[in-house]
Design a binder for this molecule. Structure first.
Ligand code: TXA
Ligand code: MG
Length: 331
């Protein structure tokens, strides 16, 4: 199959929407990462997503809507969930809610709950609008690869497996949505993501944050589900972590390995003439560049040593992704 990258203009959005309406699948940008979408009510089309990504059928998909009212068609919305939807959608967060029977069980992998989100991205919203129905979509990477934050990343992973990639440029957040399970009391964070949990707690009060670093998603028991090709290690955050990172870098170099350090720009000079990739000025920039920098680094280096950051806010999300990609390999 030929894979075409289409600029996300009005004409191509309509073309892709028609394609989805006729049972096709299309990769599209959101504010978090690229998704691979099908009509959420079309079982055959949804099956194509699992095949294209090599995704286990046990791992459910998120339903994406362009209107808040569409959420009520696919899920039971509690009063508490309604408050979050009113205040935070569209936005980079996903609610897990009791599913309605209209949603095929392939979408939810047989669970009686469904994950729903309304992306805050012009192209994603226009595409869903043009389809006229919700779109189910996982991230548009092949399984076991980091989520794609550009159309080129999708192409690298899924070329030959999908016909169209709508290119809307780089995803502004570069990290997946925050996922909250509203079917538990209190609600529980299943995945730390782009939206700070404190914004959710401001609206519905305290929620269960016990699994912020090691996610509690439906697929979290799949081992090594997120491995970059270069071995990733990260440092705990403390005064003097640069010295530990330098020692580890030097020991890898002595073994003939090719390491690279991911660091905040302000720390780059601490590593002398060792090779570094600067991740920006802030933890937020660091998080948004993580996936693309991993993809870039693994072309040249065989070991990535990432600086740790303080716990809290987007820092927690970044630590969660480092934890996952390193398989818990902390120095
Ligand atoms: O930002 C995002 O959330 C992106 C964009 C494309 O929207 N999507 C995304 O989808 O990251 P995916 O499939 O890569 O991650 C969704 C996660 C999966 O780990 C899945 O197991 C979990 O959400 N999930 C989906 N439905 C669930 C449910 N009913 N209960 C528990 N976990 C669920
Ligand atoms: Mg994913």
């Amino acid at each position: 199959m030929k894979t075409e990258i289409l600029q996300a203009n009005e004409e191509n959005i309509v073309k892709c929407a028609e394609f989805i309406k006729n049972g096709g699948i299309v990769a599209f940008p959101t504010e978090t990462v690229y998704g691979l979408g099908a009509c959420a009510f079309d079982e055959k089309a949804t099956e194509k997503i699992f095949v294209a990504k090599g995704r286990p059928a046990t791992n459910p998909l998120i339903i994406h809507v362009s209107e808040k009212s569409q959420i009520d068609t696919v899920a039971e919305v509690s009063e508490q969930a309604r408050r979050l939807i009113d205040a935070l959608m569209p936005g980079a967060f996903t609610l897990v809610l009791p599913k309605k029977s209209i949603v095929p069980s392939i979408v939810t992998a047989g669970f009686d709950t469904v994950a729903v989100r309304m992306p805050d991205h012009e192209v994603a919203l226009a595409l869903i609008n043009a389809v006229g129905k919700p779109i189910c979509a996982p991230s548009a990477n092949s399984s076991a690869r980091p989520s794609p934050t550009t159309a080129m990343h999708v192409y690298e992973d899924l070329c030959g497996n999908i016909p169209y990639i709508l290119d809307g440029g780089k995803c502004p957040f570069g990290v997946e949505s925050t996922i909250i399970d509203m079917t538990r009391t209190p609600p529980k964070v299943l995945r730390a993501g782009s939206v700070d949990i404190s914004r959710v707690e401001d609206i519905i009060g305290e929620i269960d944050k016990s699994s912020m670093i090691i996610d509690q998603l439906a697929d979290s028991k799949t081992p090594m589900n997120f491995m970059p090709r270069a071995e990733l290690t990260f440092s705990a955050y403390y005064e003097g972590m640069d010295r530990t990172i330098c020692e580890y870098y030097d020991s890898l170099s002595k073994q003939g390995r090719k390491p690279i350090i991911f660091c905040l720009s302000k720390n780059a000079s601490l590593y002398g003439d060792r090779r570094v990739m600067e991740m920006g000025k802030t933890v937020k920039e660091y998080a948004s560049r993580l996936f693309e920098t991993v993809r870039e680094a693994e072309r040249t280096y065989d070991s990535i040593i990432a600086e740790g950051v303080p716990f809290g806010g987007i820092g927690t999300t970044l630590l969660a992704r480092l934890m996952k990609m390193s398989n818990g390999n902390v120095i």
